[in-house]
Design a protein around this ligand. Structure first.
Ligand SMILES: *Cc1c(COP(=O)(O)O)cnc(C)c1O
Length: 379
């Protein structure tokens, strides 16, 4: 292998996940694939290329840069690319130039984009964001008069209306009650606006899809589940496959004597003579430093080896005393499968006190992504 660390991205697993999600949905519901943050670190163009090829026609992103990259590179037809966040008014011309759909979420922003659109020869496409309890962005669900103002701008074409669930990844009663209240509020909004053509309605992120599969809106917005690594308390009824594996290699193997300290701050002291291997991955690659001293493990030759001492910027040390014949250059699995054993992204996330979404988009750009379109048949 010519890299020190690398990520394997199984595009066939991505395809599998999209099909598995589709099979779980009502037949009229489509997926608007959420591919923000470089498709959760998996590579925007490779991921949207794969999704486009199998018929996904709607994408959601956080920024106009992400939207433009999709629009200029994707060779499959796309119905819409929705920007979920605020596009600065200095770039409104690019929304039109690249045929992008912008979220409108407040009266102040509506005025800006509405005024701009009025001066243009063509419509601007928008989705209306309704805040049903998350208190992030969106028109308040109980201020229908304000939402109606969007429709008064003739130069804006409303293609969708949506809200975002704040607690769909919890199965406790308080979470379920709150989520159901959000859904009721959104439905009431739709009901009160039924005299208007508000386009496609959508509510569910990954957790919403998994825990509230009875809902039937025009779109769902899966993000992290596309990559097979849903976060939080979710019903595991949809069979998903993890898309990313994270691999590294051994830089050096050596003996360490009992009583010797290993790594920064003498955070680990060898209790007995041991064999130590240095691995060529650290927090600058996206392996969280917060995993230091928590018993986090890697796989070498299909066997578990525990990280000792602090995770450094570019390296870390693991205890290989019980694995025979470990050598410089051996492959190390940080996330994924080796020899029938597996380390799930979720295991690391929980140990690091975060969620898969954060972990996976922190795998840094210096880790090359190697794309696989089919996996070897396992016998
Ligand atoms: C990020 C995001 C999603 C996707 O969330 P996942 O939990 O990754 O499925 C959906 N909708 C909105 C508004 C988002 O910001």
């Amino acid at each position: 292998m010519k890299y020190r660390s690398w990520a394997i991205v199984h595009l066939d697993h991505l395809e599998h996940n999209v099909r598995a999600i589709q099979a779980s949905l009502p037949s009229s519901t489509r997926q608007m694939a959420v591919v923000k943050a470089d498709a959760y670190g998996h590579g925007l163009l490779e991921v949207t290329g794969t999704l486009g090829k199998i018929g996904i026609q709607a994408f959601a992103v956080a920024t106009i840069e992400e939207a433009i990259r999709i629009r200029t590179h994707l060779e499959y037809p796309v119905e819409e690319i929705l920007i979920l966040g605020r596009t600065p008014e200095e770039r409104f011309d690019q929304l039109l130039q690249f045929k992008l759909t912008q979220t409108v979420f407040s009266e102040a922003y509506l005025e800006k984009i509405g005024q701009y659109a009025a001066s243009q020869p063509v419509h601007m496409d928008v989705h209306i964001k309704v805040d049903t309890g998350m208190n992030r962005i969106g028109f308040s669900h109980n201020n229908i008069a304000e939402i109606e103002k969007v429709f008064a701008y003739r130069s804006l074409r409303v293609r969708g209306m949506f809200t975002h669930l704040a607690a769909a990844d919890g199965l406790k009663m308080v979470d379920v009650d709150f989520t159901k209240r959000q859904i009721r509020r959104f439905d009431t909004c739709l009901q009160q606006l039924k005299g208007y053509d508000y386009g496609r309605a959508h509510v569910q992120n990954s957790a919403g899809i998994m825990n509230y599969s009875e809902l039937n809106y025009d779109y769902v917005r899966p993000g992290v589940m596309l990559f097979g690594i849903p976060s939080g308390d979710v019903a595991r009824t949809i069979p998903l496959k993890p898309v990313m594996e994270l691999k590294s290699s051994i830089t050096m193997v050596k003996k360490v004597k009992a009583g010797e300290a290993i790594g920064y701050g003498q955070a680990y002291v060898a209790k007995q003579d041991m064999m130590l291997a240095t691995v060529a991955a650290g927090y600058a690659d996206g392996y969280p430093r917060s995993l230091s001293g928590k018993g986090s493990r890697v796989l070498i030759q299909g066997q578990f080896a525990t990280i000792v001492g602090r995770v450094c910027m570019d390296q870390m040390m693991v205890d290989v005393t019980r694995i025979k014949g470990v050598r410089e250059g051996d492959v190390v699995t940080l996330v994924g499968e080796d020899g029938g054993n597996n380390i799930a992204m979720d295991t690391l996330s929980r140990l690091a006190g975060t969620i898969n979404n954060e972990l996976v988009c922190q795998i840094s750009s210096r880790v090359p992504r190697l794309y696989r379109t089919h996996s070897p048949v396992l016998v």
